[in-house]
Structure formats: structure tokens, C-alpha cells
Design a protein around this ligand. Sequence first.
Ligand code: GRF
Length: 207
Amino acid sequence: MRSIKCAILFSGNGSNMQNLIESLHNKIFYDNANNPVRLETTLTLCNNPSAYGITRTHHLAIPCKIINHKDFSSRSDFDNAMIEMLRAHSIDIVLLAGFMRILTSCFTQAYQTINIHPSFLPEHKGANAIKESFNSTQSYGGVSVHWVNEELDSGEIIAQEKLHKIPNESLEDFTSRIHALEYSLYPRAILLALGLKDSVKSVEELQ
Ligand code: GRF
């Protein structure tokens, strides 16, 4: 059976990383010709040695490699170290889940990479998207999943959904609803990007 090997890159809390592993790892999906395809999260990679997400990977029993960007003098040296690690694990596709470094063109040319962003892009790019969309005059926020290029939060959209604001809602409640939408949208968008149908069977069920 064909396998697609994914790597997930994260920098902090890692809740989207955990959700992707729980939703997709070692599950069987079907391509357009109805052939089964197994998705495998072979590796996680973190640039921040004190990220809470590292603890999550231990509980999930998924390998986590730490490559600290501070150990490199340039962005491209850091990106090349990650590329080397990904190649050593025969990774097919990279999924960003709260990875807080901008990737250079050497990375985006080497790997097809997908990102999730907590706003209805192109609105509210950057690190403060949830707060900015909460404070905006728009009646909605949203979540977008997109291909990654060298420009921040600017690659082609794979899937996006709006989240309508509730009058008098707190920032905390709005943030929780954004995260819940992320957990629902990101796995579905990855399957869409890979041309796979959501016919979930675990490897154990097939044996
Ligand atoms: C998420 O809101 C994601 O959209 C953004 O960074 C946040 C990461 O959260 N890119 P977590 O680390 O997955 O909990």
C-alpha cells in the first residue's frame, strides 16, 4: 500500500500538531482511483527546545527532533539543516502547526508545505491574527489553510471558513472557537490537498 510520510513542524503549544496526529496518523484513506493510501506522521520537528508541544509528542509516541534556529547564523542555514533532517526520514510533505519561523525559498522549493492560519486570509496576516480579527469591525473571523511560499501567510488557499462573531463574546471565547474550527478544518484541508477521500480506517482495522 502507498504511504505518504508527513512531518509536522511546530514552535509552541502544539495543539494542532496533536490534533493532526490523532486525526490522520496511521489512518488509511482512498485516492481518486480508490486505492488505499496510508498517512504516516514519521517525524515532528521543533525549533524551540522549551516548547510544550515536545511533551505532547512524547505522549503520542511520535519522534520529535529539535533544531534550534538560534544555533544557525542565517535563515537558509537553519532551513538547510531542517531539509537534511526531513530527507533523512524520506518525508514527502511538510505540515506547519504553529511554526513561528518564516521559511526561505530553499525550503519551499525543496518541500511542498501546508500551513494553518487563524484568520480569513488575506485579512490579518502575521502573528496576532486572532486578536486583530477580534478587534476589527468585521462581523467574522476565520481560519485558512494554505500552501506555503516565501511570503508570510500568502500562498494559495486550500480551504478556509469564516467564524461569525457573537455579540459581547470575550476574546478568550472567540479564541477557543477559532481553535475548535482549526481542529476541524486542518485535517480535512490536508486530505483535500492530497486528493484523498475521508474514508477512515486505522491500520489495525485493516489487519
Ligand atoms: C494556531 O492558532 C495556528 O493557526 C497558528 O498558531 C497557533 C498554534 O497553536 N499558526 P498550537 O501550537 O497548535 O496550539
